[in-house]
Design a protein around this ligand. Structure first.
Ligand code: AMP
Ligand code: MG
Length: 331
């Protein structure tokens, strides 16, 4: 069982150091407890999915201490500036275009060109983010399919020793997740209801906005086991999944002449292919997850007729990788 650690200056410094080393730290926010990792470290982000046992990769919310820290990560819009200055720190998450130079791992955003970002108000979250000095990817700190945790004990019960440290900061006051707002459309759209109401957002913006989410009670809704925490009412409104342009051929033993090859495990004996990358030469599904979206993007060029992907074992993060690949292969 992970040690539940009371909050003081020393434990916050230790938690920050652990985050910088790529470890997993559960920490309190005003919405629910988050399972944090260095958002720029693909392996650390892979460890989040592994600890939660998610059968698929959901994009994660990136947490920072103040708005300035976002300048390197996302492209601001006027409406985002408005919402940020009025409602942050707080229980609202803004989905913004990702800067091309953004250091955030593509795995953290499940390959998308957007990033969901939030500045939490909880004093412990604030102190931890400042001490760490790096953007922290953090979904709710519960096993996939379980309720979001609002106390350190919930985290310990749900994740046990899969997390390196649990910072105990009492109960989360709000107790439901943050409101997720897509800021990449002409008018902002609520993707997930949460701690900040639609009326609050509309008051700040000065106009009405739409909401595209399911009708189940926020917070009480369980995470769907297929990894979709909400169902956008209008599919296609949101590029909810990254898809390569080229056709994918899965479970390929070897590539054809004009195909690019995405290998897994030892591959020096496999001949052919126009280009080749290896998700993990020694067959580690965590390393493969960390490389998945970046390598797919790199091979996804008109220079090739398609991408042949080697078989990936359905164990560990291989389950989520295969889920992602199957979806990307359907055209
Ligand atoms: P959780 O991981 O439980 O904190 O939930 C995060 C929520 O934010 C999920 O509903 C995600 O689908 C959503 N989300 C995160 N990043 C993005 C993004 N780039 N675009 C749209 N939704 C996102
Ligand atoms: Mg969650």
């Amino acid at each position: 069982m992970a040690v539940i650690t009371p909050v003081d200056e020393a434990s916050i410094a230790r938690a920050a150091a652990m985050l910088r080393e790529g470890k997993l730290v559960a920490f309190p926010t005003e919405t629910v407890y988050g399972l944090g990792a260095d958002a720029a470290n693909g392996k650390a982000v892979a460890a989040i999915y592994e600890a939660k046992g998610r059968p698929s990769f959901n994009p994660l919310i990136i947490h920072v201490a103040d708005a300035r820290a976002l300048d390197d990560l996302v492209e601001w819009t006027d409406a985002a500036h408005l919402l940020a200055s009025s409602l942050w720190p707080g229980a609202i998450t803004l989905v913004l275009p990702r800067k091309t130079t953004s250091p955030i791992s593509l795995l953290a955003s499940a390959g998308l060109d957007t990033l969901a970002v939030r500045i939490p108000s909880h004093p412990v979250a604030q102190k931890l983010l400042r001490a760490a000095g790096i953007p922290i990817a953090a979904p709710s700190a519960n096993a996939s399919g379980k309720l979001s945790p609002t106390s350190p004990l919930h985290v310990a019960e749900s994740l046990g020793d899969k997390v390196d440290m649990i910072l105990a900061g009492g109960r989360s006051q709000i107790g439901v997740e943050s409101t997720v707002v897509n800021m990449t459309t002409a008018t902002p759209i609520i993707l997930r209801p949460g701690g900040v109401t639609q009326e609050q957002i509309e008051r700040v913006l000065g106009y009405k906005i739409d909401s595209h989410h399911d009708t189940s009670t926020p917070g009480l809704r369980q995470e769907a086991t297929d990894g979709k925490a909400y169902a956008p009412a209008s599919p296609g409104m949101l590029a909810s999944h990254y898809a390569p342009h080229l056709p994918l051929r899965l479970n390929a033993e070897q590539p054809n002449t004009n195909e690019a090859f995405l290998a897994f495990g030892p591959d020096s004996f496999i001949k052919g292919g126009a280009a080749r990358l290896n998700l993990s030469p020694n067959g580690d599904t965590g390393e493969a997850a960390a490389n998945l979206f970046a390598m797919l993007r790199e091979l996804d060029t008109p220079a090739h007729t398609g991408i042949a992907v080697a078989p990936i074992p359905d164990t560990g993060l291989g389950v989520a990788i295969n889920d992602r690949l199957r979806r990307a292969a359907v055209r």
